[in-house]
Each structure stands twice: as structure tokens, then as C-alpha cells.
Write a protein that binds this ligand. Structure first.
Ligand SMILES: Nc1ncnc2c1ncn2[C@@H]1O[C@H](COP(=O)(O)OP(=O)(O)OP(=O)(O)O)[C@@H](O)[C@H]1O
Ligand SMILES: Nc1ncnc2c1ncn2[C@@H]1O[C@H](COP(=O)(O)OP(=O)(O)OP(=O)(O)O)[C@@H](O)[C@H]1O
Ligand SMILES: [Mg+2]
Ligand SMILES: [Mg+2]
Lengths: 256, 256
């Protein structure tokens, strides 16, 4: 069974979806069998893969609610890889519905166990919160990747996230380890960017990945065409960076 | 009783907190009596006002849980205005705790009614979700302001948000009207920005505010010093824009 990595950060707009989509597509392009799970009621990963939400029969909501198997919700936006379990707006009901359930944090883990052998890696795109959906992802995953722009408010959120990860490791999922902190929308010309980067490297030694994703409008443009960057413009600055990120993370996430 | 405006958008990182903090401080500078309510477990508005969360006895969590009155949770980070009801991480428990309560969407409305006469305007900074906390804000408020950067994924979220606002108006709060859509982090040199701006103006006629907030690193820098922009650098491009936004919204939010 391959790794399962959650792309998580409760701070909004830090590049979780962009990272999940572009890493999935970059590894798929290299022939890896990749499943991307969209766990955000916004369904941004689903949109970024060009999938029309209105046409979907099933989504991650039905899987979590136990109404269908994970394999039945899988769609294939680009032949042959990556695969996607999409999300629609009804997922926002799942948090409230799961609250009273027994073992509510284990739902996603149990569902993904039924398809894990079909993939080299499963990537989970998390919503901007530390609620039950993200908790399900952190229990299902054995690795967590934390995208963050080098700004003040995202940095402040890092220590809250770190505390939560410690609790999850201690009480729900001892196997969970941090794959790394990924600097996104990075602009080295901006003083604040360099200052925050230095401070994060100091507070979280050996956790910051070498690869940095530059600010690059092609990321948003690709999304407006429903395509991952590797297909939209593989020579774009951010695409090249996501390709070197795929290289840096492969030994950790795709080993064996 | 003055207006209550919720700054809401379930898309993350669109400038909700930056707009809430800078509008509150700009109007306070003009002598208005302003209360900012931080309704996000991240507590970013609290941090952006330089308040040390560890030193707080009470926060919005105790108010929603009925353990103290709203007036008892108010702090004054800058003398004499604006006032703030801060948020701490324990607020993330509120969503789960409120689920089973009767009239759970009315908690904030009832709490703020006890202080509304002390202020010309109350501003609520919402978290990046459409859960119970944001719902409480949309029930307590009579206006909603929607910040959004002119990018593809935030635009896509607008129609989902519009649907939810319709439901809230029909079933929970008929008085709720949209104060406007505010373009943030606006960079006119970027094609995608202009295209999205045009499309939003076409789909939501008469809803887009004239004032646009430019992308300006001084916004983030001010936050790293725990100061609103009007105090940190009132001549910064974004500060000047927030001042003209305060002028554009005053007739709607501060009338009478
Ligand atoms: N490297 C980059 N350069 C420029 N823009 C970027 C970059 N990465 C992401 N973006 C843009 O920034 C916005 C936020 O990114 P994204 O939606 O991936 O973040 P997120 O953390 O998934 O947000 P949310 O918290 O709402 O789920 C998007 O409009 C995206 O197109
Ligand atoms: N006009 C601007 N120019 C440049 N940076 C900005 C601007 N407005 C906001 N920012 C920065 O963008 C990031 C996101 O802004 P902010 O935190 O206000 O958004 P938010 O919608 O409140 O996020 P969340 O969804 O996490 O609550 C912050 O780091 C902030 O400093
Ligand atoms: Mg996302
Ligand atoms: Mg915010």
C-alpha cells in the first residue's frame, strides 16, 4: 500500500488546492498511479481538473456517508491518470452529520483502505479549517504537507496547526509524520517574504522543503481552463517548481 | 442601533480579515464608535490588532457559549477606538458544541443586541467556511460585504455563496442585504484579473463596489507589526483605497 498524504493548513488561500492538483498531475505524467481526493466543500480541486460538478452522480460526500464505495465515486478527468474523487457543495453537510457518529474521525481512512492498493499514492486536498473533514484526512494519511506563503498571518497559524498535529499523532494516528512545509507564492524581492522564511526555518528546523513555489499567474490561469499546470504550460516557472517538488518528495511519498 | 456588517466569503485568503481590520480602524480614526468581532478560530483580526491572545480572560467563545456578556469580552487595543471582541483557538470547539442547541444560529445576534446601542457600526470577521459560525454572523448582520481577489477559484465560489445568502434571507434573516463585492489584491496589469473583474460585473450587476483594493505588501507588513494600515502607513496605496472604501460604504453602513 502506498503513502497517503494530506495537504493541510487551516489558513485560507495558501495554495493547498494548487499544490494538490499540480503534484498529482506531475506524478501522473511520470506514469505513477495517483488518486486525488477533494475533501473541500468548495470543490476547487474538482474544478481545477475541469470536472463539471453538475454532471456528477457521486462524490466524496456519498463515500463518507457510507452510501457508496470509494471506487464507485472515482472519476478520470485525464486519461489514464490521475484519478479523482470529486467534491460537491453537499459535503458541507458532512461535518454536521458526522458529529454524532461513532469513530467519526475514521470514516475516510476506512473508505480509502478499500482502494489503496490500486494506487502508488493518494493525495487529499483539505478545506481551510481544523474541523472533522480535515481531522478525517489527518487520520487517513500517513504524511502531511503544509503549504504556506511567507506572510505574517499564515506563519502565526503554523504553531496552532503544529499543536493539532501533535494531538492527532498522540491520540488518533501515531503514524502521521510531516512531509514538510512548502513555501508557496514566493517572491524573493519582498522583504517580508525573506524575513518570514528565515523565521520559519529557525522555528521549524529541517521541516522546510528545499523547493519553493514562486508566485506565478499561470497557476490561476491554468485553473480557469480546468487544467493542471503540467498540461497547460509545463515550462511555466511554477510548473518547473512543482516538477522539482515532485522530485524532492518522491523518495518520501513514493518509495518502495 | 447602527448597522451590523459581516465580512464573509467561504473561499480562503481573499482579504476578509484585512478588510475588516482596516475598515474598522479607518472609521474609528474618523471618530466613529466601531466594534470589530473576530469570529474566526484562527484569531487573525485579534493578531492584526496586536492583541496577545495568551493574555485574554474572555473572548467571543465565552460569549457564544453564554458564559459572559458581550460587553465583558470587549478589549480596546487602540485608545479610544475601535473596540474588539477577540477570538482564540477554543472557538473552533463552538461549531461542534452549538450543533445540538436550540436556535443555534441566533446566539451571536442575541449577544450583540446587548451592546449594539454603544456603537455606530459592528463589523464581524468571518472564518473561511459556511458553517455555524458564519451562519451566526449572517443572522446577526443586516449587511454582508464580500471581498474577493479577481481570480478563477474565488469567482467560482461566489455563486455558491450567493445561493447560501438567498437561503439565509428567506429562512433566517429577511433583513440581510449585500453591501457589495469588493475586489481585493487587485493588479490591473494581470490579464486574468481584468477578465474576472469584467465577468463578475456582468454576472452581478450593481453589486461590485467602485473602490478596488490594490495588491500592496504594506497590508501584510502592517499585520506583522500588529497595527492597522491607517496607523502603520496611512499613505500606502492600500490604505488610501481603504479610506475611499470607507467613504463609499459610509452612506450604507453609517447612515442615520
Ligand atoms: N504559486 C502561485 N502563484 C500565484 N497564484 C497562486 C499560486 N498558488 C496559488 N495561487 C492562487 O492563489 C489562490 C489561492 O490558492 P489555492 O486556492 O490553491 O489555496 P487554498 O489553500 O487551496 O485555498 P482554500 O483555503 O480556499 O482552500 C488561487 O486563486 C490560486 O490560483
Ligand atoms: N491588498 C492586499 N495586498 C497584498 N496582500 C494582501 C492584501 N490583502 C490581504 N493580503 C494578504 O493576503 C493574505 C490573506 O489575507 P487575509 O488573511 O486578510 O484573508 P482572509 O480572507 O481573512 O483569510 P482566511 O480565509 O484565512 O480568513 C494575508 O497574508 C494578507 O496579509
Ligand atoms: Mg483549496
Ligand atoms: Mg481571515
Amino acid at each position: 500500500m502506498g503513502a497517503i498524504v494530506a495537504i493541510a493548513n487551516q489558513k485560507g488561500g495558501v495554495g493547498k488546492t494548487s499544490t494538490a492538483v499540480n503534484l498529482a498531475a506531475t506524478w501522473a505524467n511520470l506514469g505513477k498511479r495517483i488518486l486525488l481526493v477533494d475533501l473541500d466543500p468548495q470543490g476547487n480541486a474538482t474544478t481545477a481538473f475541469g470536472v463539471d460538478k453538475k454532471s456528477l452522480q457521486r462524490s466524496i460526500y456519498q463515500v463518507l456517508a457510507g452510501r457508496c464505495r470509494a471506487s464507485e465515486a472515482v472519476v478520470v478527468p485525464f486519461d489514464p491518470q490521475p484519478h479523482l474523487i470529486p467534491a460537491t457543495a453537499d459535503l458541507s453537510g458532512a461535518e454536521v452529520e458526522l458529529v454524532g457518529e461513532i469513530a467519526r474521525e475514521q470514516r475516510l481512512k476506512e473508505a480509502l483502505a478499500t482502494v489503496a492498493d490500486d494506487y502508488d499514492l493518494i493525495i487529499i486536498d483539505c478545506p481551510p479549517s481544523l474541523g472533522l473533514l480535515t481531522l478525517n484526512a489527518l487520520v487517513a494519511a500517513n504524511r502531511v504537507l503544509i503549504p504556506m506563503p511567507c506572510e505574517f498571518l499564515p506563519m502565526e497559524g503554523l504553531s496552532q496547526l503544529w499543536k493539532i498535529l501533535g494531538i492527532v499523532q498522540a491520540r488518533l494516528n501515531p503514524q502521521l509524520t510531516v512531509a514538510g512545509i512548502l513555501f508557496t507564492m514566493f517572491d524573493p524581492r519582498v522583504n517580508l517574504t525573506r524575513q518570514v522564511a528565515e523565521e520559519v526555518r529557525r522555528h521549524f528546523p529541517n521541516q522546510v522543503l528545499n523547493t519553493v513555489i514562486p508566485r506565478n499567474v499561470r497557476v490561476s490561469e491554468a485553473q480557469s481552463f480546468g487544467q493542471p499546470l503540467i498540461r497547460f504550460d509545463h515550462r511555466a516557472k511554477a510548473s518547473v517548481s512543482y516538477q522539482s517538488l515532485a522530485g524532492e518528495l518522491a523518495p518520501l511519498l513514493l518509495a518502495g
